[in-house]
Design a protein around this ligand. Structure first.
Ligand SMILES: Cc1cc2nc3c(=O)[nH]c(=O)nc-3n(C[C@H](O)[C@H](O)[C@H](O)COP(=O)(O)OP(=O)(O)OC[C@H]3O[C@@H](n4cnc5c(N)ncnc54)[C@H](O)[C@@H]3O)c2cc1C
Length: 469
């Protein structure tokens, strides 16, 4: 960013200033620009990393009656709501949740009209062709399409533009302070949309919430979502919802990078494996349910183990039953050799596997369904797909908790307006991960992050533009 451009950003009062450059921010920007507003996006990441966690996504969850785009049959409000109620165990705001669900139906055609293309649902471990619409080219293509659309609408985008403070007087925001290409500037605006994600990339904040074990967590998405603006708003008395320990966390390949490993580091082998901890001991039923329903609990299970690490061990009969990680498995011809390569206590692993194999019973192994093939007399039991690990070569993947996004967020109303100590702010809206805790108190429904961001991003953009009109 040149000094000249910094000066020009600071030199005028923008209609709508948007902090963040992911899905929620872009939906807000497009809506506001279409309503005639002069819009500035301040994206904290450099151009190459623009798009936050949104660039890692694959699909969004959408209510619909009858076939819609790539979606088949019907997925109605009540079924969607019941699905959400089940995973959140009631930790949700029904009014906001139903608002998101109802509005999701309109999102798909809107997304198509703004450059997003869809593809038929993937078959296999995640069969979601009735509930989730998959983006052709993934979230990266979606984000790129929205940036192009925004550019065509005259939206100005500044990259490497980290917003650190929202200037608020008497319930009304007047400006933001941003570091743009290393220069600190003040940017004035009439309306502000905060869509800068959760705080999961601030490991110190995670450690304050979770304890020191959080330092071993991996962050599946962008390193730029550090909760700087969330913290700033909290310090100024903004109301929040959610608990800092609640987040979406899954078990991912332990060799994934600290940040931004994305979807390819996900591991789907758990149901066909046994999982042992650092001490070579099993700690949970690997066959509790089909993987899409259980995979989100394994992040927390691994987080609770010593050193926050675990190992999923399978034999050659199961190696082709799941989508592999981007990393090759560790392989050996014997269990002791495998344990040695993993740095695990060899005798303990051999005993655990011998005990597991002895507890397996005759029966039909059916990998595509809950087959009820359970261990007998073993604690913890494996209640489905309990087949002996006996056919060499043997394979293993290390597992670590991979945090997707945190749920502590700004409290918003159905208009996406953020709430201050004296009531709703006059001109501050929030969308996406930054307010998702308003709806997701705990648990997660696949594809709902993008639904929340799209619905509330669009609303925030419309409301912000209406405010300045
Ligand atoms: C690997 C992975 C896969 C996922 N798959 C799916 C999926 O298939 N479907 C689904 O619904 N959800 C999925 N999610 C969750 C989904 O990514 C989020 O719910 C969604 O993208 C949130 O959008 P957002 O715009 O709120 O945040 P983001 O897309 O993360 O955008 C936040 C933006 O804010 C910027 N920013 C941060 N701090 C500042 C600051 N101080 N100043 C300026 N800018 C700042 C960041 O650079 C970023 O551009 C996935 C997440 C990950 C990590």
């Amino acid at each position: 960013m040149t000094d000249g451009l910094s000066r020009s950003l600071a030199g005028e009062t923008w209609d709508v200033v948007i902090a963040g450059g992911g899905n929620a921010a872009l939906c807000a920007a497009i809506e506001a620009a279409e309503a005639g507003a002069r819009v500035l996006i301040l994206e904290g990441a450099p151009h190459a990393y623009r798009g936050g966690n949104s660039r890692h996504t694959r699909n969004f969850r959408c209510m619909h009656h009858g076939d819609l785009g790539p979606l088949v049959e019907t997925y109605d409000e009540e079924e969607f709501w019941q699905d959400l109620l089940r995973v959140t165990r009631g930790e949700t705001d029904e009014e906001l949740a139903r608002h998101a669900i109802r509005n999701s139906a309109e999102c798909l055609p809107w997304m198509q009209a703004h450059g997003v293309r869809f593809q038929p649902s993937l078959a296999g471990t995640l069969s979601l062709d009735r509930t989730n619409a998959f983006f052709l080219g993934g979230g990266k293509a979606l984000v790129n399409a929205y940036y192009l659309t925004a550019q065509d609408l005259g939206v100005t985008v500044a990259y490497d533009a980290q917003v650190s403070h929202v200037g608020i007087e008497g319930g009304r925001a007047t400006h933001v302070i941003a570091s743009i290409g290393g220069q600190i500037i003040s940017i004035a605006g009439r309306a502000f949309v905060l869509a800068s994600g959760g705080f999961q990339a601030d490991i110190d904040w995670l450690a304050r919430a979770w304890g020191p074990s959080a330092r071993n967590f991996l962050i599946r998405g962008t390193p730029y979502n550090r909760g700087v603006l969330l913290r700033d708003m909290v310090d100024q008395g903004a109301l929040t919802v959610g608990d800092p320990t609640q987040c979406h966390a899954v078990a991912i390949d332990g060799r994934a990078p600290k940040f931004d490993g994305g979807i390819v580091t996900r591991l789907d082998c758990v149901p066909f494996s046994i999982v042992v901890n650092r001490d070579g001991q099993r700690f949970h039923d690997e066959g509790e349910d089909v993987w899409p329903k259980r995979y989100a609990i394994w992040g927390r299970l691994v987080a609770a183990q010593p050193d926050q690490v675990a190992y999923s061990i399978i034999d050659s009969r199961s190696i082709d039953l799941f989508m592999p990680s981007v990393y090759p498995p560790i392989t050996a011809d014997t269990i002791p050799d495998l344990a040695g390569k993993l740095g695990l206590p060899v005798d303990a692993v051999a005993d655990t596997i011998a005990g597991f194999n002895a507890a397996c019973r005759e029966g039909q192994f059916r990998p595509q369904e809950l087959d009820g093939l359970a261990t007998s007399g073993l604690t913890p039991a494996k209640t489905n797909w309990a087949r002996a690990i006996a056919q060499p070569p043997f394979y293993a993947y290390s597992l670590r908790p991979g945090v997707t996004f945190t749920y502590l967020g700004l409290k918003v109303d159905r208009h996406a307006r953020a709430t201050g100590p004296e009531g709703p702010y006059e001109n501050i809206w929030s969308a996406g991960e930054m307010m998702a805790g308003s709806i997701l108190g705990q648990g997660y429904l696949a594809g709902f992050g993008m639904t929340i961001g799209t619905v509330f991003g669009r609303i925030a953009g419309q409301e912000a533009a209406a405010h300045v009109a």
